[in-house]
Write a protein that binds this ligand. Sequence first.
Ligand SMILES: Nc1ncnc2c1ncn2[C@@H]1O[C@H](COP(=O)(O)OP(=O)(O)O)[C@@H](O)[C@H]1O
Ligand SMILES: [Mg+2]
Length: 420
Amino acid sequence: MYISHLSLTNFRNYGRLELDFKSGPVLLYGHNAQGKTNLLEAIYYLATTRSPHADSDQQLLNWNANEADEPVIVGRLVAQVVTKDGTQLLELRLIKEQKLQNGASFRREALVNRRQVRLMDLIGHLRATLFLPEDIQLITGPPANRRRYVDITLCQVDPTYCRNLAGYNKVLEQRNALLRQINESGSGRDVLPIFTDKLITLGSAIFARRADLFAYLARSAQRIHYEDLTNRQETIRLNYLPRLEETQPGRSREENEAVEEMMALADWLHEQPTGNHKSIAMRFGEAVDGCTEQDIARSSTSLGPHRDDWFFQVNGRPLAAYGSRGQQRSAMLALKLAEIAWMKAETGETPVLLLDEVVAELDERRRALLLQVTQNASQAILTATDPGMFAASFLQQAQTLHVAGGRVSSGVPLATPAGP
Ligand SMILES: Nc1ncnc2c1ncn2[C@@H]1O[C@H](COP(=O)(O)OP(=O)(O)O)[C@@H](O)[C@H]1O
Ligand SMILES: [Mg+2]
């Protein structure tokens, strides 16, 4: 799939933008702080309804519009997306209304082919894989970030997963509120099984889907890493850690029996029949019931996919603790390339690749591989401050766009005929 047209209104430093894209590689170049990252952010936001950079959606509204003291400020992102099944028009609106009495209100609206849909149902129409220099923080950062990465990847491909996840998060919140009530007042024990049952049904479906995703990613990332990235020198292993059962408490996160147990559980999950979660629900259900008193005492649910995690090993050792930055970068690159392969296997087409300043930090071998992948994708949008680091053959093939001060213009031809 590819984006053929993007239009932005009051998004970040773009007051108004109308931009045609070609399929294949697209290079956005320009000095710092001109709007390259903002453009990729807009596309990713349309794909996932999430910003990789902003803490709040309101930050995305153009400052000038925001300060103009109008009663209603509307930010609009519209993309025309060409897929193998036809062309679709996706729209996301950010609406801020000044109320006379009680301050401002903010809401978002999503539209597909001009018809309003739930925000959740915008996801999946445009699939994107994002490469950022800070991706390696996934390896060392908190588990919530790693779960978010998995959820965004799955939601883009599988609407059922997305619905199950939303349902799960809701019932988890309700169950935790009830646990607190039981803890504080003793009342409500009789209705606890209703929430526990829902938690188990939805949680089992989430476990199953994640286990299948990880089985694919682990195989694919390992192959890419071994054959393409490290010249058959290093082996990575990607491990899913499902919190399906209570495990042995251990010394450190990645080097204890608990981890071994969870890795075995991940294998077991993957062996269960696809689409039938009965055996998973039985096992998960028993484990949750075994934690009832502990859950009440803590007023929180100790088991379930909301506590899942994953990690890499390189040559048998945890990458977060023992890997160099270069090794961590290679593992993340392998993971992202595996993600693209997975999306293609699931949907029959490559997602739109978004690469923000990642080419500059790679060595020659990794750069060549990444550029080869971008040239084979339906569309890959790259940013760079210095287009000089791209080979002439790449520049000749790419649509080049110059970004300056929130405006985008067709770039001058960057490839010198005599270049390498
Ligand atoms: N909500 C906003 N409204 C207007 N300008 C913004 C907003 N958020 C960020 N900016 C501006 O956008 C610019 C950064 O753009 P960015 O896309 O990160 O640049 P780069 O081209 O280096 O990737 C900065 O000048 C910043 O001040
Ligand atoms: Mg940038």
